[in-house]
Design a protein around this ligand. Structure first.
Ligand code: ATR
Length: 274
């Protein structure tokens, strides 16, 4: 029987992960099955136990269970420990190994798929929630010139910057604090677009040749990328590449093989009509 994997979430019906991993396993010749599992909001632990009893070898974890998966893991990768959240579980003997591939996926999308080096760049990260926390260490590992975390409420950004101060100096503040500064890379890690709100960004933050990157994606241009285009960001990308690359990184954790992500991403873009 082929090895079994899944993605846990709530809701989960519209997850693209089963299609992505099916394409990876076909492309790499790995014998595995991957399904979507809806876990009750208060029943994640039991859902994982049931899956392991079914012979499950590994799982992806999405909203709202990433923090609970972090607590459930009996061993954590360093990047998961830094992120405070787990999006990839591997069940090995009695061990529950917790990893986080979100940041690595985003960095690979930027540096490999978009061909944009982060080394020596001035990076602005918008938002100070879980999505933001998960990408900070992988961003700092690329040796940027600087990293500024800006959040609607400055306190959360300052707390996050302090949590990574042992890795590298990180600046933090609210959106007013970035007025008059300019950046080579601006990453949206806020959830503003989920509530249909747009960010109140000061003019002039996009340096010539800059990249605007939205961790969100949708059918058309996201609200953040529309603002970035109006403000002159040279290159703009949504989070679909990050979605595929975090999956590829999880596949690598489970199978020891890095699948080809580019054709899967191209196929998803075609299906989304982009
Ligand atoms: P996630 O895990 O997706 O990061 P989260 O922890 O709830 O979710 O964090 C959401 C982030 O989006 C926060 O940084 C939040 O800002 P606050 O800390 O000030 O709440 C940010 N956010 C959500 N809606 C926003 C809006 N309309 N404008 C600006 N920031 C917004």
């Amino acid at each position: 029987m082929s090895d079994l994997y899944c993605v846990f979430g709530n809701p989960i019906a519209h997850s693209k992960s089963p299609a992505i991993h099916a394409a990876f396993s076909t492309g790499s010749g790995q014998d595995m099955r991957y399904e979507a599992r809806l876990a009750p909001v208060d029943g994640f632990r039991q859902a994982v136990a049931d899956f392991v009893a079914d012979g499950g070898k590994g799982a992806n974890v999405t909203v709202p269970f990433k923090e609970e998966a972090f607590r459930l893991a009996t061993r954590l990768s360093e990047r998961a420990a830094r992120a405070g959240a787990v999006n990839t579980l591997a069940f090995r003997g009695g061990e529950i190994f917790g990893d986080n591939t979100d940041g690595a996926g985003m960095v690979r999308d930027i540096t490999h798929n978009l061909g944009y080096s982060l080394s020596g760049k001035r990076i602005l990260l918008l938002g100070a929630g879980g999505a933001s926390r998960g990408v900070i260490a992988p961003l700092l590992a690329e040796n940027p010139a600087s990293l500024f975390i800006a959040n609607r409420s400055a306190g959360k950004a300052v707390g996050l910057a302090e949590a990574f101060a042992d890795v590298a100096p990180v600046d933090a503040g609210n959106f007013a604090d970035i007025a008059g500064k300019s950046f080579d890379v601006v990453i949206n890690a806020t959830s503003a677009s989920l509530s249909g709100e747009s960010l109140n960004l000061p003019q002039g933050i996009f340096a010539p040749g800059s990249l605007a990157y939205d961790m969100m994606y949708g059918k058309g241009e996201t609200a953040f990328l529309a603002v970035a285009r109006e403000q002159g960001a040279a290159q703009r990308a949504d989070g679909l590449g990050m979605l595929v690359e975090q999956a590829a990184e999880a596949f690598l954790v489970w199978r020891g093989v890095r699948p080809e992500a580019a054709p899967v991403l191209a196929d998803l873009r075609t299906k989304l009509g982009q």
